[in-house]
Design a protein around this ligand. Sequence first.
Ligand SMILES: [Fe+2]
Ligand SMILES: [Fe+2]
Length: 402
Amino acid sequence: MSDHTGLAIRFLTSMAQALATMSLYAEGHPARARAAGGSFDTLRDLQGADPRPSFSFLGSEVIYGQQAIRGLTDWEWATKLANVGVQRLEFADMVEREAYVSFLEDVLARVSAFTAVAAANAAAAPMGRGNGPTAIRFGAVGVRGSSEVRLPDAAVQAAEQTSVLDLNAEVDAIRWVHDEVNDREEIPLLEAESIVRSLSVAMHGDSQMLLPLLQLKEFDQYTTTHALNVSVLSMGLAEFIGLSPKEVRAYGVAGMLHDLGKVRVPKDILTKPGKLTPEEWSLMRSHTVEGARLILQSDQKLDVAALVAFEHHIMINGGGYPDRHFRCDCHKASTLVHVCDVYDALRTKRPYRDAWEPAATLAYIERGVGTEFDADVAKAFIAMMEKWEPRLAFASLSPAAA
Ligand SMILES: [Fe+2]
Ligand SMILES: [Fe+2]
């Protein structure tokens, strides 16, 4: 795909030119049709080489397929498109000229109507699928900003003003990542990393670190809110014990993907209120092996995340699952995610029990030191939570995401 980067850049540049030209002329003016037609030709060329191109616009970054396009850094349209809710653009099939022109008009309308309020609404909107023949899919993946971008962005500003964080965009983005894994058996890695960067920005948005945790409103949010909370807690703990920023982000990705294998466990088992049968239990336990397999087949660079997916239910005394044929120590990231995972799971209301109180949850972790949990990691977690618990920000979810 990288061979086609030149064509992709030509297409994006022509799309921006077309949008700029179209904004200058009234509807029906021949200059509009000319600009759109010129851009359509570059899309044709690109699709001739890469029939299903996809783009993500994240902060000022543009990602084409699986790689960041360097030639377009600081391309102002990445931000403009992301601001109006077009953070993801996919061409599923050969696009017809008419469909492309109406796509351009749709984007143009969004850009012209753009205000802070419109942006917030657009970002919360679910990803749209072009109807039938348009074959163009675009919408929000909800990732904003990167570590290089000077923020505060809208979410951080809102948090500072009201002390309530809005993590709807991140929740939408994680749900999208799960859907992608389900549909394509492939993790959109760059987007996953961007979600983690965005969470890290949310954590640090309030001059001192705080942990934004989502509270569950409805049961089927469990998978996404849990992924987000474990990611945030893992980054907080990694930072608390003095790991480097690079490791902190890697642990954040691992925390986010730890239960990825659950996309393969039937929903009625995941949400079953009663006791699981032995067969159901063995399917449930398979999320560890399955998650590691999904992660490794997507990207070999995610080896820490794959290990964590495999090891996060293994206890320090060797108990837990999956079954292993020999004893070996778990990776530090796994012992760390394990504690964060148990904390978030116990603090969340489940169909068969109420949510645990913070003190009772920390006491449970303390009791598990040396049997279930690594002593150093568990003690650090308890110290971190005792320090930060009063500052935990329980983020709100809008009705759209609930
Ligand atoms: Fe798990
Ligand atoms: Fe989990």
